[in-house]
Design a protein around this ligand. Structure first.
Ligand code: DAH
Length: 523
């Protein structure tokens, strides 16, 4: 009972300021303290405003240990974020002088022909899942961070996802015609500003400003993508990097000796490693021009030992948490040659899990121009990027990427800060599908119709009620030569059974929006 006592105590102390103005809040907290009823709590929370919800979170956090309160805190926090967004001005508006603008992140961006951010994406950017200590993504983030010595690596959590095109692409050596820059792949606020497509966008800033030799950056990233169990337009990455300055050493031999001695200090991982010592190869995975083979090898070794140590650390912690898997064999990993515009040589690290090799990290030796553009010339080092959802799905056994965003108590009550446990599946609500078929405009080529444009319309109308969208049929009329496309939308909620009326209404809206936006003729 101590925690109720604590809530009551904190409540009475802290209620002083609110006594008359915020009566529903008082009622709410007292109910939580006495009824112990999380569902009631959640439903009341839905009726009060976001500032009050946030205040309740703060009080409840005092008693985080208790299950009910933890679950309720989490749901309230998520609601608060959603509400935080709905309290904001409309995403699009026009100024007094008739200028169309995007209002987001407490800023205003002038709309131009690149603007393609949508309301459903804007709402997601307000959720901040990594700030919720009980979300599996932030549990993984913390676990990885705990393997890096803080005196060597600074943790940097960038505030908002709006970055310049320069930061996201140019500063990382992306060619001007790289497909990642296309509007079909990336969300633009306008032609200068994008929602970061990867955490690498902050490398330059961190190399320039962070005083430790290494850093870790974790954040939400955005890509216009298909919809299915493992793809979502918003996901989370962790970036890591480590640098040495040539200016700190009299000769290159000394620099290499220091890197090698730093490598020896990295704890050994207890993994089975395939191809760990694979070096650069001029034909398939070349080193950078101007870097000596010895330096390239020293940096590659430091990079590989570091990532092996991280994976080893993660699996050791899991073994300690989960006694059932204590006597499983060593985890296997392997290194595969890769290509990234900002590293050479480059590798991916794969881990063997459930009978499959799964890519975990992209990594490599940072290209000299990246350091130059970050205004720290004369540096050498390496970097890596990791998809947090993928690792969390694997470690917690979470089957669908949409679950990370769920506010269903059956989901959020299963997780606790600092602990990795197997997700217990709860019954899946039934799914049902509807098709959208249409004729493209006369003379238009199906290649010019982009799946991702269709996906965004679906997302804007049906958000997380959609499990999957696929192009299931393409057809050319033998006489008229007109092309027809048919997309199948699978509707399924993580939280309830959807009613046909509701799906039909969503489907109607999607159909008319598709007709209007693309000028197609519905079939
Ligand atoms: N930014 C890359 C991506 O999103 C991942 C990555 C690869 C990051 C290599 C790195 C790196 O720092 O060195 O696919």
């Amino acid at each position: 009972m101590w925690f109720f006592h604590k809530v009551r105590y904190a409540t009475t102390r802290w209620m002083g300021n609110f006594r008359n103005k915020h009566l529903p809040l008082k009622t709410l907290i007292l109910r939580v303290a006495s009824d112990q009823n999380q569902l009631m709590f959640a439903s009341i929370a839905a009726t009060i405003d976001s500032m009050q919800v946030l205040s309740v979170c703060r009080v409840l956090e005092l008693s985080r240990k208790h299950n009910i309160v933890r679950a309720a805190t989490s749901i309230i926090r998520q609601r608060a974020n959603v509400r935080y967004y709905s309290d904001k001005p409309a995403l699009f508006s026009s100024t007094q002088d008739g200028q169309n603008v995007v209002n987001i992140f407490n800023n205003t961006y002038i709309v131009d022909e690149f603007t393609n951010i949508t309301p459903s994406i804007a709402e997601k950017s307000g959720r901040k899942l990594l700030k919720d200590p009980a979300n599996p993504l932030s549990i993984i983030k913390k676990l990885i961070e705990s393997n890096f010595p803080p005196q060597e690596y600074t943790v940097f959590d960038p505030p908002e996802p709006a970055v310049t095109v320069y930061e996201n692409f140019d500063s990382l050596n992306f060619r001007s015609d790289h497909p990642g820059r296309n509007k079909t792949d990336t969300y633009y606020l306008n032609s200068d500003i994008v929602l970061r497509t990867h955490t690498s966008a902050h490398q330059g800033h961190c190399f320039r400003t962070i005083s430790t030799p290494g850093f870790l950056i974790s954040a939400d990233v955005y890509r216009r993508d298909e919809i299915d169990r493992t793809h979502y337009p918003v996901f989370h990455q962790m970036e890591g990097a480590r640098a040495w300055s040539r200016d700190d050493f009299a000769t290159e031999e000394e620099l290499i000796a220091k890197i090698n001695s730093d490598t020896l200090k990295i704890p050994s991982p207890g993994l089975q490693i395939i191809d760990s010592n694979k070096q650069f190869e001029e034909s398939s995975n070349p080193k950078q021009p101007g870097m000596s083979p010895e330096l390239c090898i020293a940096l590659s070794n430091h990079l590989k030992r570091t990532l092996e140590m991280v994976v080893g650390g993660i699996f050791t912690s899991i073994r300690q948490m989960d006694r059932d898997s204590a006597d499983k064999e060593a985890v296997q990993i392997r290194w595969i040659d890769a290509y990234f515009p900002f590293t050479a040589p480059s590798w991916e690290m794969e881990v063997y899990w459930d009978g499959d090799w799964l890519e975990l990290f992209g990594s490599g030796v940072t290209e000299a121009p990246v350091f130059d553009m970050a205004q720290v010339p004369n540096h050498v080092g390496w970097a890596f990027g990791l998809g947090l959802e993928r690792l969390a799905m694997l470690l917690f056994g979470i089957p669908d990427i949409r679950l990370f965003w769920s506010t269903d108590l059956r989901f959020i009550s299963q997780f606790e800060s600092g602990r990795i446990n197997r997700f217990q599946k709860f019954s899946k609500y039934p799914s049902t599908h509807r098709d959208v078929a249409f004729w493209l405009k006369e003379g238009s080529d199906p290649k010019d119709f982009h799946d991702n444009d269709f996906m965004d319309i679906v997302r804007d109308h049906a958000a997380d009620l959609v499990e999957d969208v696929k192009l299931i049929d393409k057809f050319t009329h033998p006489k008229t030569g007109r092309h027809s496309l048919c997309y199948r939308i699978v509707y399924q909620s993580m939280e309830r059974t959807l009613q046909s009326d509701e799906i039909n209404a969503l489907q109607d809206n999607i159909r008319s929006e598709v007709a209007k936006t693309f000028g197609v003729q519905l079939r």
